[in-house]
Design a protein around this ligand. Structure first.
Ligand code: CA
Length: 128
């Protein structure tokens, strides 16, 4: 398949079960899911290839998600890539911290497949 017609998603999450859950929910045909198990790996992968969406866990060992988010949003090559934080936190201050770090939005854990699919469909139709 022509890589330009693919919708590529990078999932940065330290819990393998959640990485595989997202993959099983979204990876299908033109939607390709790649994964990274740490903030440092996520940062590296995001900088070395093109993604249409980054799903980034907040609580990661080592470099946390908010730091990774700030770095990606400061980098011209990745600043425009839609980035949604995956967060179990629901306090207003935590959500504001995600937006202040430059995130385009957030997905609450536990999330439903339909929620993720809706986000992907919305971004794919916006890309046109
Ligand atoms: Ca985590």
């Amino acid at each position: 398949m022509d890589p330009r017609s693919q919708f590529r998603i990078l999932v940065v999450e330290d819990e393998p079960v959640i990485r595989e859950l997202v993959r099983s929910m979204l990876d299908d045909g033109p939607v390709v899911v790649e994964t990274a198990g740490s903030g440092a790996e996520g940062l590296r992968r995001a900088l070395e290839s093109r993604f249409d969406l980054i799903l980034l866990d907040v609580v990661l060992p080592g470099m946390d998600g908010l730091t990774v988010c700030r770095m990606l949003k400061a980098e011209p090559a990745t600043a425009a890539v839609p980035l949604y934080m995956l967060t179990a936190k629901t306090r207003r201050s935590d959500l504001e911290a995600a937006l202040a770090a430059g995130a385009n939005g957030y997905i609450h854990k536990p999330f439903r497949g339909a929620e993720l699919m809706e986000l992907v469909e919305r971004l794919r139709s916006a890309e046109g």
